[in-house]
Design a protein around this ligand. Sequence first.
Ligand code: COA
Ligand code: MG
Length: 299
Amino acid sequence: MNAFVRPRRSVLYMPGSNARALEKARMLPADAIILDLEDAVAPDAKPQAREEVAVTLARGGFGPREVVVRVNGPDTPWFEDDLAVLATASAAGAGPDAVLIPKVGDPETLRLVGRRLEALGAPSSLGVWAMIETPIAVLRALDIALAARDPLTRLRVLVLGTNDLAKETGARILPGRAPMQAWLSHCVLAARAGGAEVLDGVWNDFRDVAGFAGECAQAADLGFDGKTLIHPSQIEPCNAAFTPPSEEITAARGLIELFDRPENAGKGVLQIEGRMYERMHADIARKRVALADAIAARP
Ligand code: COA
Ligand code: MG
């Protein structure tokens, strides 16, 4: 039951060109950090950012935080140099946990990336995350997510890029996100069908604390594993929204214990205080307890 669970509640982007942010990342309580070489870095600053990221990876010191590097896409002039930096870091034992590929629109792109990583000798521990941020990506989310079943792709996580989706579609970013909800749910479904995890997009207005809390709660309700972030102040409220509440875990442990009792061994359904519980509810409870335990075990 206790398959390895890696919490990905809070996933903070930082520009690869921002030395101060990269330095701070070692202290922040985010579950994962994304060192960005793509959207947050201007074309002229790409080589310098790549160098900063190389130095940052070599120095390490990220503790339990998962480290991800967002490279420029395979159709850009920077892609090969970006990948080479990751391969060099990996060869020195200081590689990131994953590489995030922007604007993935089809599973073939992930196979191409997988083949490049293999050719560069990247260790199998280096995973791939895929940005879903174009209309074609949302429409083909299932095909993209199913690529997670092909070990060549190393695909582990889908990451929604809601700013790019707004840009590409004309949909407005509104409180409650009615214009995008169908796409968000569709991507959660696709990720589960393929066996990948899935992270929500960012909230831009980082001084609007109440609005952000509402969007985190919505993301958790929709089934996302966590949310991508742009500012350190967003980490704690995001962690809170994606951490199973202690009352829920107490009840979950009670339910598991009840189904595990010898006298209930042959039963598929039980009632507690007028509410029906099937074995599937015990399965859900086990997953939530495993997540809570993994969170509690973090230093
Ligand atoms: N990661 C790590 N540290 C960050 C950070 C981030 N994403 N954003 C801000 N910080 C740090 C700042 O360096 C500053 O540290 P200091 O006070 O110790 O010097 C502190 O947090 C407070 O920052 P603040 O002054 O409130 O914000 P700012 O004006 O420096 O930066 C942004 C605002 C939006 C430019 C910045 O948060 C940012 O670049 N975010 C990420 C953008 C990104 O990566 N986008 C791509 C994906 S959507
Ligand atoms: Mg983008």
